[in-house]
Design a protein around this ligand. Structure first.
Ligand code: OXD
Ligand code: MN
Length: 599
């Protein structure tokens, strides 16, 4: 194997700082994987699930303080504060490196430092990128093996001088000689740092072993650092699912979609269409990297290789294909364990057995427990290739050509079931105003207020949000604008006055997708409204659906009063972005207000 001098030098530098007992290069093999799991089982850190029920699958329980991404401990340390912008926690990079160097010094004592070369995207694709994660957590290794492509083949592609993103991670718990390890080592919250140095294409993550804090390929690289690379190199790194949709005549189209958390993104990514003859297949469930191909079309890859999905609420009814994807070779974290060595969680679709071990490792009985058996953010890590409806082309290095981009919020009123942008810039305006109403499910005093989440990227943009929106505008300034995807805003969550959902959702969302496909194919009747193009009253196929004409009207109704209030909300939200907000978005807002006033 060729020696990559920069990689070697960086590994030596990190080893000098972190002082691991040994350094281990991951080859990504099955044998290595089995060995790591066995070591974790021996140490009491993992539980092998019953091989007859869940072959090749394991359960982990995290420390109760380390259960989710920690946004207020996530930092964007760009050279200048303005480059991190109003939506990120900025820290001076020099000061942050100093603080973290103190933490990292000796942090891997008594542990192995694993070197994980990984590819985001199919190895060798012109859209893919390589990272190397140095971590002292074997849990991270086995998860990264599912979520990305790791090992020898990646090193070969990297060669002697290939570019890579430096990802350093430590759980922050050095071990003294002979000291027994914790079941889930991690540092206290105030010592956790999920730090990004975008100018240096570097990530330093300290103190957490959980999900997006520790599996650095996902949010840290594929969104925060990649969004900066994308800005500099003229492509897009987005928090989007990717779907392949085939109509009854066999025509295939591709749709990407930006949805904030708790809006059914994973369900939509794998949904089973209720419309006869239509086929939906999954290309990706969380992240899309999009780059123009030689044909002038925007082409998307899923940079990931697995699903890191929320378990609670996942059932055969809510997401059949996710349930099938996690039947084997799956890592479960913070779900409950059944007495016969299987898993259970709230919303799995059947009652809990009489006895369980809950996510904290305690006995739990259906009869006398009010506590949740699984943590609400309990996760499964499963290979994407196990999804029964994975698109055959999901690993195509050329990516798939994107026909439509959906943005979707959770709003009980105002935003109709679907509307289409007049053009690209108007679509960017829509994406910039993506929003959800705060519900009781969010710990907040602001119930009923609207929270904006531009393109569902709020916690994931690695630079100034205004520059990010300008980058979207710039991407649209193409010589062949007709080749750009069309942009649609969907809202599955509209309610009537009594608070009842108006739209059934799930497989019936395919009815809305059908209209999208018709529109991008140059068919599909639309009416021009002040907010965009909308389906004419009978353009959404409701055949076989128990929905009245009045309900459809309500779903598609544009209420002038509510929309003018919406304009005021957007003004206040944009004001928080200051002068750097792209001028074209300001103009879009003014134009919307004028069209509404004239209504
Ligand atoms: C995720 C997230 O886990 O968006 O995908 O938080
Ligand atoms: Mn996500």
């Amino acid at each position: 194997m060729m020696v990559h001098k920069k990689l070697q030098a960086w590994i030596e530098e990190v080893a000098t700082m972190c002082q691991p007992d040994q350094i281990y290069w991951c080859d990504g093999s099955q044998e290595e994987n089995d060995r790591l799991f066995q070591e974790m089982v021996n140490k009491g850190q993992a539980i092998r699930l019953n091989p007859e029920k869940r072959p090749g699958s394991y359960l982990f329980r995290s420390h109760p303080s380390d259960v989710a991404r920690v946004e207020d401990r996530t930092f964007i340390a760009s050279g200048k504060k303005e480059d991190a912008g109003p939506t990120n926690n900025w820290v001076d990079p020099v000061a942050l490196k100093k603080t973290m160097t103190t933490l990292f010094t000796g942090s891997m004592k008594g542990r192995t430092m694993y070197v994980i070369p990984f590819s985001m995207g199919p190895i060798g694709s012109p859209i893919s990128k390589i990272g190397v994660e140095l971590t002292d957590s074997p849990y991270v290794v086995v998860n990264m093996r599912i979520m990305t492509r790791i090992g020898t083949a990646v090193l070969e592609t990297l060669g002697a001088d290939g570019e890579f993103v430096k990802c350093l991670h430590s759980v922050g718990v050095p071990l003294k000689d002979g000291e027994t390890d914790a079941a889930w080592p991690c540092a206290p919250i105030e010592e956790k740092y999920i730090s990004h140095f975008p100018d240096q294409r570097t990530i330093w993550s300290y103190g957490s072993g959980y999900g997006g804090n520790a599996l650095l390929g996902k949010k840290c690289f594929a969104l925060r650092i990649a969004s900066v690379q994308a800005r500099d190199e003229g492509w897009m790194a987005e928090h989007m699912l990717i779907l392949s949709i085939t109509d009854p005549q066999g025509n295939k189209k591709y749709v990407t979609g930006a949805f904030p958390s708790a809006t059914g993104k994973t369900n939509l990514a794998m949904h089973i269409p209720s419309l006869p003859g239509w086929k939906v297949e999954t290309v990706g469930d969380d992240i899309a990297w999009m780059k123009f191909g030689e044909d002038g079309r925007l082409r998307a890859i899923n940079p990931e290789a697995g699903f890191f999905g929320v378990a609670p609420g996942t059932s055969l009814e809510s997401n059949y294909n996710a349930m099938r994807s996690i039947e084997k070779n799956t890592i479960f974290t913070n779900v409950a364990l059944t007495d016969d060595g299987d898993v259970w969680w709230e919303g799995i679709g059947y009652d809990a057995p009489e006895h369980l071990i809950d996510w904290k490792g305690n006995d739990w009985t259906a009869a006398d427990s009010n506590a949740l058996a699984a943590h609400p953010n309990a996760r499964f890590t499963a290979p994407a290739g196990q999804c029964p409806v994975i698109a055959p082309e999901w690993e195509d290095p050329a990516g798939v050509p994107v026909d439509a981009i959906l943005v979707g919020g959770r709003r009980p009123n105002t935003i109709p079931l679907i509307h289409e942008s007049f053009d690209w810039d108007h679509g960017v305006f829509m994406g910039s105003t993506l929003s959800s109403e705060i519900t009781a499910a969010t710990i907040s005093n602001d119930i009923g207020q609207v929270r904006y989440d531009p393109f569902a990227m709020l916690p994931f943009i690695g630079y100034n949000v205004c520059d990010y929106l300008q980058h979207w505008i710039d991407i649209g300034a193409q010589p062949e604008a007709d080749k750009l995807p069309k942009i649609f805003y969907v809202n599955w969550f509209r309610k009537d006055e009594s608070g009842k959902w108006l739209w059934p959702g799930y497989g019936d969302n395919s009815r809305v997708l059908k209209w999208v496909i018709e529109r991008v194919s140059g068919q599909g009747a639309a009416v021009k409204t002040p907010i965009g193009y909308m389906p004419s009253p009978d353009a959404i196929d409701t055949d076989g659906l128990d929905i009245s004409a009045a309900e459809m009207k309500a779903l598609l109704y544009v209420d002038k009063k509510l929309w003018l209030q919406n304009v005021d909300l957007i003004k206040a939200y944009y004001a928080g972005f200051g002068d750097r907000l792209p001028q074209s978005l300001r103009l879009q807002l003014e134009a919307l207000e004028q069209r509404l006033t004239a209504l």
